[in-house]
Design a binder for this molecule. Structure first.
Ligand SMILES: *Cc1c(COP(=O)(O)O)cnc(C)c1O
Length: 392
């Protein structure tokens, strides 16, 4: 213990205790419930990608510190992927940075780009690391709440516009959006881009679910809009796209000055990570379009299976246009407190879910919403659906 009565955890982090995922995963283990809480797949990604990692390891590629910006093979593959999908040209040497997952990319970007007191606008509900990283960087978060409207959570562009002040430094965007499954439309992205240009804001955009868009939704990177290429830090990750979340290979693509800034923070966080896996992800990014199409089709079928099951069980379902999460409203079940509902659900129905309120500053705005992950084997989802029927 320290000699003073001062709390050990500093004031910046005091509000961030253990994450809800730790609590809910422990509850899943204790009760034997099916864990649809945390968003990781329960099967590994493509065999040839796994084999590529084994080969790299055996051949002694990446077993020692890889280059700070990432191995050249991977940086080249990331640039080629952005070009092939979106027509975005990036110099692999100056405009691409490999990170320890998207998580480190987010942290490094915020630590590099914010001065204490700078305001950061982000959509609420937020991905859980955003608030903590803004706090660690000394920034002030300014939430813009996505609200339910016609079966989806939508951004109010007027509210976004009104949130910008003279202290706003950065917009932290996430599309496709976790946890709501919202995919921003071209019109919304155009308005965001115009606002960023007009108010001279930096943009950090988390696009880790870029390959998981369904129906007629379309993922369009913000960096493709006029005036955005030079002010946008785009973040991607292999974890979600290739179902290797444990490998922690993520990346940043941006203009050289932005990459240099982010790298300045990144070099003192992990310095480097995931050596052999970087070579494997380079091969994964070059997989033919058929891989990405099959991955999307598989996840779409899982979405439809779980969405139908949740609707049958009595939830209001917000059918996601992207990601591998479904947000539901529990009020049709006669419930209103997502925390209490999720704490009781494992005993009641043998399933674990996450209360969306943890992703809000305005907890009351998120109170009745609960998130389920569908990146699980079909048999597991079928069993979960059958268990949830008992709620109806
Ligand atoms: C999973 C996730 C991340 C973290 O990605 P890693 O590459 O595993 O660090 C970042 N942002 C969002 C929105 C996510 O869902």
């Amino acid at each position: 213990m320290t000699s003073s009565s001062r709390p050990l955890l500093n004031r910046r982090l005091a509000e961030f205790g253990t994450t809800i995922f730790a609590e809910m995963s422990a509850l899943a283990v204790r009760t034997g419930a099916i864990n649809l809480g945390q968003g990781f797949p329960d099967t590994d990604g493509p065999e040839e990608v796994r084999e590529a990692a084994v080969r790299a390891l055996r051949d002694g590629r990446g077993n020692q510190y890889p280059p700070g910006p990432g191995v050249p093979e991977l940086r080249t593959a990331i640039a080629a992927h952005q070009q092939r999908l979106y027509g975005l040209a990036h110099d692999p040497d100056t405009e691409v940075l490999v990170t320890a997952g998207a998580t480190e990319a987010i942290a490094a970007a915020l630590l590099a780009l914010l001065e204490p007191g700078d305001e950061v606008i982000a959509f609420e509900p937020y991905y859980d690391s955003y608030a903590a990283c803004i706090a660690m960087a000394g920034g002030t978060r300014v939430p813009v709440t996505l609200r339910p409207q016609d079966g989806a959570f939508r951004l109010d562009l007027g509210e976004l516009r009104a949130a910008v002040t003279d202290r706003t430094r950065l917009l932290l965007i996430n599309t496709p959006h976790n946890p709501t499954g919202t995919v921003l439309t071209r019109e919304e992205l155009t308005a965001i881009a115009e606002l960023a240009v007009e108010r001279d804001l930096l943009v950090v955009t988390d696009e880790v679910y870029e390959h998981l868009v369904f129906d007629d939704a379309e993922h369009v990177p913000l960096a493709t809009f006029p005036g955005m290429r030079e002010r946008t830090v785009t973040i991607g990750s292999a974890g979600k796209t290739f179902s290797f979340t444990g490998w922690k290979v993520g990346w940043v693509t941006a203009a050289p000055e932005l990459v240099t800034a982010v790298r300045s923070a990144k070099q003192f966080l992990t310095y480097v990570a995931s050596g052999p896996f970087q070579y494997a992800v380079a091969e994964a990014l070059a997989l033919p379009d058929s891989y990405f199409a099959a991955f999307r089709a598989d996840m779409l079928a899982k979405r439809d299976l779980l969405a139908a099951g949740l609707a049958d069980a009595g939830f209001e379902v917000f059918r996601p246009a992207g990601t591998y999460f479904i947000t539901t409203d529990i009020r049709p079940l006669g419930e209103s407190d997502g925390f209490a509902f999720c704490r009781a659900l494992p005993e009641r129905a043998g399933v674990v879910a996450i209360p969306n309120a943890v992703f809000y500053d305005h907890r009351e705005a998120g109170a009745p919403f609960v998130r389920f992950a569908f990146c699980k084997r079909t048999g597991v989802l079928e069993e979960a659906v059958s268990r949830l029927k008992s709620l109806a």
